[in-house]
Design a protein around this ligand. Sequence first.
Ligand SMILES: [Zn+2]
Ligand SMILES: [Zn+2]
Length: 153
Amino acid sequence: MIIPVSRIPEAGATFDGVEPGEVLRFTPADEFRAAGPVAYHLYAQVVDGVLIVRGTLDAPLKAHCARCTQMFSTSVADSGFLRDYSGIQDAEEVDITKDIREAILLNLPRFPLCDEECKGLCPRCGKNLNSGPCGCSDRTESGLWSALDNLKL
Ligand SMILES: [Zn+2]
Ligand SMILES: [Zn+2]
């Protein structure tokens, strides 16, 4: 996103719009991918030769659930985006795209869940337990306890 510094009035200016999801530069190896454009609602002002940009960002994403590995839709927002840019006296414009990307990446959940109640995968047969029990859950549990008992002995 380009801020046209030289055209910002003294009182500042609001910028509302979207950046293509590609600016987040997720790769297929990432746990996340862009699911649409990143929306921004920013206010920019030049104070004493320093460009100050603040506002909110909101990115629709798809993520792999950390428990069941299914892709699910989510969104990540930064409601406190704030950056300042000095040394802009002669600049016509300032590109803040990389800071938008950074702000979204910093707000990504470390442990994305499709649902707080996600049951995950059966450790034995790999079935997604959100779609129902797999039949080996009881045995898995008793197997776990006897393994623990053996450890104690
Ligand atoms: Zn899940
Ligand atoms: Zn199972």
